[in-house]
Design a protein around this ligand. Structure first.
Ligand code: IMP
Ligand code: MG
Length: 180
């Protein structure tokens, strides 16, 4: 399906992303107990690039651990199926831990709300969520997001980890995807 699409103009530049990611990391760190532990959980594949930049802006005083989870919700389409399943689980338990879920984008909210429910059954001491992008208008399920990079309009976007049919994750900026 991605062959019917082409990469469009830049919605959020590399520089804007860089500045925003730094300030998100500072806020997250300042909301975390000094000298505390933080388990940062990236949702593959979309959040990999965002997480790698976000984590590198966190101060050395924080004991930061990184793990990943993969959830399947979109397949190769630009439409949400509503179905989500764990494709890859965390390497260890999260009971009693301070956990930060890092996701690329919240759209309908189905993926994140499902993830939050799963994580809460594992009894973390604290659970926070951080998303780079929020398509607020498309929300179908209310989800509490603690840290958000940018609110964006209802357009399909790619770049900086986000894909369209597996393509364009490597682009350093966020672009709008257009019909080709
Ligand atoms: P939700 O379950 O509808 O909130 O969808 C969240 C997931 O859909 C994200 O993790 C992305 O993988 C994918 N997604 C939603 N919108 C976009 C987009 O504009 N570009 C790329 N992926 C998207
Ligand atoms: Mg995703």
């Amino acid at each position: 399906m991605s062959s019917n699409y082409k990469i469009g103009g830049i919605l959020i530049s590399e520089r804007e992303i860089c500045e925003r990611v730094r300030s998100l990391a500072e806020r997250i760190a300042s909301d975390t107990a000094p000298g505390g532990d933080l388990l940062v959980v990236g949702i593959l594949n979309g959040a990999a690039i965002f997480l790698s930049d976000l984590a590198r802006h966190m101060p050395p005083e924080l004991d930061v651990r990184i793990d990943f989870m993969a959830i399947s919700s979109y397949g190769d389409s630009t439409q949400s199926s509503g179905a989500v399943r764990i494709v890859k689980d965390l390497g260890g338990g999260i009971e009693g831990k301070d956990v930060l879920i890092v996701e690329d984008i919240i759209d309908t909210g189905l993926t994140l709300s499902y993830l939050i429910d799963i994580m809460l059954t594992r009894k973390p001491a604290r659970l926070r969520t951080c998303v780079l992008l929020d398509k607020h208008e498309r929300r179908e399920r209310p989800v509490e997001v603690d840290y958000c990079g940018f609110q964006i309009p209802d357009a399909f976007v790619a770049g900086y980890g986000l894909d369209c049919g597996g393509k364009w994750r490597h682009l350093p900026a966020i672009h709008v995807v257009e019909l080709g």
